[in-house]
Design a protein around this ligand. Structure first.
Ligand code: AMP
Length: 395
């Protein structure tokens, strides 16, 4: 695996695909700088080598050129974070971009306009990718968030760099962390899958059964399993058409020697709101009119014990409706257990949209081993797929 550490960038222009798809408020102020900070180590290494940096990214889902999706809005923030005055090219290909890239001096940084102002980007257009390739000597992919897309800047452009391409340090870290779970995890390996729906995670569950010793199935997903086994789930969310599949997953797990753990009790609410009345119920006996919204106290204790005896942990998806303060307790308890296990030497990876939001919101982000930056890319990796953006560099 070739990374930026294997290359001396002195006198070279690096064309880096970063993920600067950051949230902006109505005044175009960046409200979460995580993604810009995540790209910093790669940019700094290249500058310190004596190279120059051309940054390319998408922002949002523009239909053609739309000012509100212009990357010019983030130039100041990127400059502040990198500590270098970043130049801006008001186009990502063609004369303007080529002139700006050719005038760029070593030690300087150029940010190109939003790639998705061109439909060719998401179509993976080869001619467009070739135009991008003119803007640098070495192609660096540092965007895990888009590595599952065969877009021009994430995948197709790599073919124009023959040997002159590599992974940035962020993408390399993502690959190494996933490998620690999927290939070389120290046993016992535990996966915790939560969230709303079984259907969105079936392929992950099936793939992960070959890799783990324990699997915790929590959150809204668990009720499909409970109902399939004959439990009474009241008004809890459930995918009735996935009950057969749930039973099949339990059978597969048994055959593979994987221990599955589903909550034994829940916090049930009499409606889906933070100020609902609540009671603690056996998960198999939730009264009509009540729905399970969080893991109960016994479940939290059981999960705590499993987490603490695991040496490798993957966490994807919350254990309850964590967006509502009163139903966040199970997710917070799990975060605390994982933080403690991590302190004692366990490797822990948190990935997938909502669990990442949860670890950030509750302050666990620096208490786990690694927080992934890619939602869809993470899920596809866990499904066992090879991501096109990663393959293009390895080729
Ligand atoms: P996912 O995107 O599949 O990871 O699902 C995350 C969502 O699952 C969050 O918005 C949670 O509020 C939701 N969720 C977790 N547990 C439950 C539950 N018991 N009932 C309803 N929604 C839940």
């Amino acid at each position: 695996m070739k990374t930026i550490q294997d290359i001396n960038f002195e006198g070279k222009k690096a064309l880096i695909r970063v993920d600067f798809n950051v949230p902006l408020d109505e005044n175009f102020t960046v409200t979460d700088i995580t993604r810009i900070e995540a790209a910093k180590p790669t940019i700094i290494k290249i500058l310190e080598d004596g190279g120059a940096v051309v940054l390319m990214s998408h922002l949002g889902r523009p239909k053609g050129t739309e000012d509100k999706f212009s990357l010019k809005h983030i130039v100041d923030k990127v400059s502040e974070i990198i500590g270098v005055d970043v130049k801006f090219a008001s186009d990502c290909v063609g004369e303007i971009a080529e002139k700006a890239a050719s005038e760029l001096q070593m030690g300087e940084v150029l940010l190109l306009e939003n790639l998705r102002f061109y439909a060719e980007e998401t179509k993976g257009d080869v001619a467009f990718a070739e135009k991008l390739s003119k803007l640098g000597d070495i192609y660096v992919n540092d965007a895990f968030g888009t590595a599952h897309r065969a877009h021009a800047s994430t995948t197709i452009v790599a073919q124009f760099f023959s040997q002159n391409k590599c992974f940035g340090s962020l993408l390399a870290q993502e690959i190494i962390s996933l490998k620690k779970i999927l290939e070389e995890g120290e046993k016992p390996v535990l996966a915790i899958l939560g969230g709303a729906k079984v259907s969105s995670k079936i392929t992950v569950i099936e793939n992960i059964l070959d890799k783990v010793d324990h699997l915790i199935i929590g959150g809204g997903m668990s009720f499909t399993f409970i109902k399939a086994q004959g439990g009474k789930i009241g008004n809890s969310i459930c995918e009735d058409d996935k009950q057969e599949l749930a039973l099949d997953i339990l059978k597969q797990a048994e055959a593979k020697g994987v221990q599955i753990h589903i909550p034994v009790d829940v916090i049930a609410a009499d409606n889906f709101s933070n100020d609902a009345n609540t009671q603690i119920c056996d998960i198999n006996d939730i009264p009509d009119g009540w729905e399970g919204v969080d893991a109960g106290p016994k479940s939290r204790e059981i999960f705590d014990a499993i987490v603490k005896k695991s040496k490798t942990i993957l966490w994807n998806g919350p254990l309850g409706v964590f967006e509502m303060e009163n139903f966040a307790g199970g997710t917070i308890a799990l975060g605390n257990s994982i933080a403690e296990a991590t302190k004692n030497g366990t490797f822990s990876l948190v990935g997938g949209g909502d669990s990442v939001a949860a670890v950030k919101q509750f302050g666990f982000a620096d208490k786990v081993s690694y927080v992934s930056t890619g939602g869809g890319a993470m899920l596809e990796s866990l499904e066992g797929k090879t991501l096109p953006g990663i393959e293009a560099i390895l080729k």
